[in-house]
Structure formats: C-alpha cells, structure tokens
Design a protein around this ligand. Structure first.
Ligand code: DQA
Length: 148
C-alpha cells in the first residue's frame, strides 16, 4: 500500500509564530510545529504536506487539491476559523477525516473566538495544547484512518 499523505493547512498570521504574541501562542515557529507534525505522522507511517496562506481562496484551492491525493486534513484556520464559510464548504467536500487544531483555547478567549465555522465539518477539534496539538492531531488521524 502506498504511503498516505496528511495535508496540514495553516491560516493567516501563523507564519508569524515565534514572534507573534508569544504569551498566547508560544515561542515555537510554524516550522517547529511542522517538525512535530512530521515526526508524529512518521510514527504512524504517514507523510505530511504543509501549506500556509494568509488568503482564504488559496486555502480553499489547497483543500480542493487535497481531494486528489490526501487521506486526511489537519487545519489550523487562524482567524478564518470564526467566519470563513468558503473554507467550511470546501472541507465539507473533502471525503477524508478533517481535524481542527488551535494552539490556544479559543473557547477561553474573547467571545468572537467562541464560534468555529470549521468545527461542524471536522471529525474533532484539538485546542489549547500548544504545538503538542499537532502530535495529538496525527494520533487522531491515524486512528480515524485505521477505523475507516
Ligand atoms: C488560533 C486561534 C484563532 O482565534 C486566532 O485567530 C489564530 C490562532 C490558534 O491557533 O490558537 O490566529 O487559530
């Protein structure tokens, strides 16, 4: 069987991790988090493809592309989480499991962060565990793929 690929998508401002509000998001860079994701994926025999964009349409295009060759999607949509219905619709058209990840715990922050338009089309959400969320997400993906 060929190796399955997990598409990891990062939304706006996540390219600034390490510099951006470290008291909220920690000192690790996005590349540090992707290293965690890749290592965790490898323990399950999975590959990771990563894409970060500050533009909603580019994330929608990446979700469409994942339909052809990715078994699962792990997405931290950044602020798009709270209002980007085009991302919701694109994820709804993806057949494999979708895991929503947040470094912080949006439910414990400002009220406008309490709504996620991505959560209804995700198998589950991992929030508030910092970069460890990416390891937990890969464990969840592996379990979901094994049971599908
Ligand atoms: C975030 C939470 C969002 O509310 C915020 O807009 C982000 C990052 C997180 O990972 O905690 O950009 O998705």
């Amino acid at each position: 069987m060929s190796t399955q690929t997990v598409m990891v998508l990062s939304g706006p401002n996540l390219n600034l991790l390490g510099e951006r509000e470290p008291e909220v998001y920690g000192a690790d860079t996005l590349e540090d988090h992707m290293e965690v994701a890749r290592r965790a994926a490898a323990t399950h025999g999975l590959d990771v493809e990563h894409m970060q964009s500050n533009h909603e349409g580019e994330l929608v295009d990446a979700i469409h592309a994942a339909r052809d060759d990715c078994a699962a999607i792990v997405i931290n949509p950044g602020a798009f989480t709270h209002y980007a219905w085009a991302i919701h619709d694109a994820l709804a058209a993806f057949e494999g499991p979708v895991i929503e990840v947040h470094l912080s715990n949006p439910a414990a922050r400002e009220p406008w962060r309490h709504t996620s338009v991505v959560a209804p089309v995700a198998a589950g959400t991992i929030a508030g565990f910092g970069g460890d969320g990416y390891r937990l997400a890969m464990d969840a993906v592996a379990a979901l793929l094994a049971s599908s």
